[in-house]
Write a protein that binds this ligand. Structure first.
Ligand SMILES: *Cc1c(COP(=O)(O)O)cnc(C)c1O
Length: 385
């Protein structure tokens, strides 16, 4: 919830900008950490959700590791002080250069997404006289009931290795002297709000890990990835992801064998609600049937609505007056640069401050300069006190 005092402070800041509620981030991490510790689980924050220095630093201070999906993310994680022993690295297209750099950094695990990738990692590690720790990302063929662009666990997906590839993996592992096999990794999609999906995942994990154990390949680690969703509909009323319910479902459904370690890679659930895109109304355009509120923030600042048809709550911070229906749009020359249609919003005027809520994850990191627009800056609540 953005306070009156914060709105006052926004008055002198150039819009659009990202506002990060660091108290909410810490509150979210408090809840998350308590859950992780309760069950003895390990967590790696998915850097791709938000890679701002101050956000990363706060998360690292809670003892989380880093989940990376590119060589530069691995570099950033190391530079930001994450313990390399807590860095995991996924991605379907790791280049030789990226693999070598990660080997040099001594990361905890490569999460391998194809059979040929395992071979290349072994070859490169051999050349460097190192041993690579790997897990394989398994495609469990689960429908996460989320948007098709962020669903990753269905069969014949570019992500992960499907069960029919297990035999090849086993044969290859037997030949790879420079690979240390840790276990299995899963990540079935993002913004998953139907929690039974995770119970289904746990049951699939058990079926799949049994194959390896029966073939004499021990599974020391199970990494269940990220994907827990947040409440985009009610960010003010429901600001912290439902971690207790999530981990309760995992704990009740996942079969953990003696000595096995369980890992997670939350992204959105940690940072999604602490970020807001703050914008000003430039014009109110009144048509025959519609009223448009034209903002100075556009799809280049936050691309989720245009890219995934994502829904973000929009609030007029400057008024609590009568609510009217507006189509809220941005300034970019694309029809998809639209924040929402027929939204009920307190009657607005030029200069009113709008908050587009739940913008902390996959917001600023995806920003671009399309139309030669400036990149929105970050403002942190800690600096406004
Ligand atoms: C993106 C990603 C995550 C984080 O996903 P969220 O939905 O933001 O929790 C975790 N693991 C991998 C491999 C990813 O690609």
């Amino acid at each position: 919830m953005i306070t009156k005092k914060q709105v006052e402070a926004f008055g002198s800041i150039e819009t659009p900008f990202y506002f990060y509620d660091m108290d909410l981030l810490r509150q979210t991490l408090d809840v998350y950490k308590a859950q992780i510790d309760k069950y003895g689980y390990n967590a790696h924050y998915a850097l791709k959700a938000n890679a701002n220095d101050r956000i990363i630093e706060t998360i690292r201070n809670y003892g989380l590791g880093a989940d990376c999906v590119s060589g530069n993310e691995v570099k950033l994680a190391v530079r930001s002080g994450f313990d390399p022993q807590k860095i995991v690295y996924a991605g379907v297209g790791k280049s030789d250069k990226e693999i070598r750099a990660a080997l040099r950094a001594g990361i905890f695990s490569f999460n391998c997404e194809s059979v040929p990738e395992i071979q290349i990692i072994n070859d490169l590690a051999t050349g460097m006289g190192k041993k690579a720790r790997i897990s394989i990302r398994v495609n469990p063929d689960i429908d996460a009931h989320t948007h098709k662009y962020i669903s990753t666990g269905l069969k014949e997906n570019k992500f992960g290795i499907s069960p029919w590839g297990f035999q090849d993996v086993a044969e290859l592992l037997a030949q790879c002297a420079h690979i240390e096999f840790l276990g299995l990794h899963f990540h079935v999609g993002s913004q998953i709000t139907e929690l039974p999906v995770f119970a289904l995942l746990c049951r699939r994990v058990e079926e799949l890990q049994r194959w390896f154990i029966e073939h004499g390949i021990p599974i020391r680690n199970l990494n269940l990835g990220g994907g827990l969703g947040i409440d985009y509909q009610d960010p003010n009323g429901d600001p912290v992801a439902h971690f207790a319910e999530y981990f309760d479902i995992i704990h009740k459904n996942l079969v953990v064998r003696p000595g096995q370690k369980v890992h997670f890679e939350p992204g959105r659930a940690i940072v999604g609600q602490c970020g807001h895109l703050i914008s000003r109304v430039l014009y109110v355009k009144v048509g025959k049937e519609k009223k448009f509120a034209i903002l100075d923030a556009g799809m280049n600042d936050l691309i989720r609505p245009a890219l995934y048809q994502a829904w973000h709550d929009i609030e007029n911070l400057s008024s609590t007056g009568r609510k009217l229906r507006y189509d809220v749009v941005g300034p970019v020359c694309e029809s998809s640069d639209c924040w929402g249609q027929k939204r009920l919003i307190s009657q607005c005027r030029r200069g009113d401050l709008f908050a587009i809520h739940s913008a902390g994850a996959y917001g600023q990191v995806m920003a671009m300069k399309y139309n030669q627009r400036d990149l929105a800056k970050a403002v942190y609540s800690d600096d406004l006190k």
